[in-house]
Design a protein around this ligand. Structure first.
Ligand code: AMP
Length: 395
């Protein structure tokens, strides 16, 4: 059985064709600049194709992908019927969805009703869903939500201290994101701990970054909020800041509310502080060469993660494991070392030799004497989407 995993963005479409039972990836790729000039990277049978290809809309992009899977030089299936289900990544499921669901008209209208909360993401997901329903009317579509895993948070974590009516009337609350990753990584950690009662902190550190406190397998707090802007210092997002900064800078720089949010989403974070790049590799390089702003950006990033670890230790009443995942969490030993150092008083002892070993397997990087285990667990969001999709359609 094969599942097509789709992640439709406003001008992009990421895809993977996966066998959810064996986890074999048959094909993977990315259509970019949809509606502009169109670019495709497709990989199957260890061959990569890179092409400029006009894709006026997502429909042409999906048609191109299906055509490559069936007719391309590196074709991996004989007919579209071999795709038994399609799993869609959907960023916002609001309070409607605490698990993945088979998409019907009601699910579509709920995803649509959440557009005000995810104006950049949900419209693109809907385009992907609607095209698949049109092109493959007999193939089930499944929605896997970034927010679903965090629906177990208690009100003490998800409510903001603003008038309660804003939650009731306008749905203003913390939703949290990266749920698919936090769910997968925490489950892997619980397996490694071999413990039923568990207190796990997941640090998903990529270009977008968030942390999650997971008690007995359930999310009880997370750093992203109403939108992915809250929390950690990210590639281009500010994360937490005093809301008064918004009004103050809007006046000083003569910006509209939309411009200000764009500024905090796209021009801030590591890029804004360093003035170099959103890419941590370039910032680390500059810091090594003595760039003070690059060093400060790294300090702010690590301090913020450390503060969240300490606050989640309080929320969880202790920690069994801290897990690092995603581009930075899996690859940046410097960040892991800086985050953990100084937390020895909490029983968090990183082993610097283990920390620098590079591979893409789940591994322990804490000292044997460390009370808290420190793990690197490579995330695999596509696999979780394929797995959830398979579980819902296999009957
Ligand atoms: P992601 O969004 O999960 O793909 O992660 C992207 C981020 O991972 C970028 O900021 C990269 O700079 C960072 N990254 C990837 N590899 C490394 C590495 N070896 N050292 C430091 N940062 C890395």
């Amino acid at each position: 059985m094969l599942v097509l995993v789709l992640n439709a963005g406003s001008s992009s479409l990421k895809y993977q064709l996966i066998n959810p039972k064996t986890t074999e990836i048959k094909a993977t790729g990315l259509c970019e600049r949809i509606g502009i000039d169109g670019r495709l990277v497709h990989e199957a049978k260890s061959h990569q194709i890179k092409k400029d290809l006009l894709m006026p809309t997502h429909k042409e992009a999906i048609e191109i992908v299906l055509d490559l899977l069936i007719h391309g030089e590196e074709k991996v299936i004989d007919s579209i019927d071999e795709i038994k289900a399609i799993g869609h990544r959907v960023v916002h499921g609001g309070e409607y969805f605490n698990h993945s669901v088979i998409i019907d008209d009601d699910v579509v209208s709920k995803i649509q009703s959440l557009i005000p909360l995810a104006p950049l993401h949900n419209p693109a997901h809907l385009i992907g869903i609607n095209i698949c329903r049109e092109l493959m009317p007999n193939t089930p579509n499944i929605a896997v939500f970034d927010t679903a895993f965090h629906q177990t948070m208690p009100a003490s974590s998800y409510l903001y201290a603003i008038p309660y009516e804003d939650y009731k009337e306008h749905a203003v609350r913390k939703y949290g994101f990266h749920g698919t990753s936090h769910n997968y990584v925490s489950k892997e950690a619980i397996k490694m701990l071999n413990k039923i009662d568990s207190k796990v902190i997941v640090c998903h550190l990529g270009n977008g970054s968030s942390m999650c406190a997971v008690k007995n397998g359930k999310s009880i707090d997370t750093s992203m909020g109403l939108s992915p802007l809250e929390g950690l210092v990210m590639g281009t997002r500010s994360g937490d800041l005093d809301p008064a900064v918004i009004n103050y800078l809007m006046e000083k720089k003569n910006m509209t509310a939309d411009e200000m949010i764009n500024y905090l989403n796209k021009k801030s974070g590591m890029l804004g502080v360093s003035g170099i790049s959103s890419d941590l590799r370039e910032i680390i390089e500059a810091a090594k060469n003595g760039d003070e702003r690059a060093k400060t950006a790294i300090d702010i990033k690590c301090n913020r993660i450390k503060k969240y670890i300490c606050s989640y230790a309080g929320v969880l009443n202790g920690i069994d494991a801290i897990c690092f995942t995603a581009g930075i969490g899996e690859n940046a030993d410097l960040i892991r070392e800086r985050v953990c150092s100084g937390l020895e008083f909490m029983g968090i002892e990183i082993d610097n030799e283990k920390n620098i070993i590079r591979n893409n397997k789940n591994r322990v990087i804490s000292k044997d004497s460390s009370k808290v285990k420190i793990y690197i667990i490579p995330t695999n969001e596509e696999y979780v989407i394929a797995h959830d999709t398979y579980e819902l359609v296999k009957a």
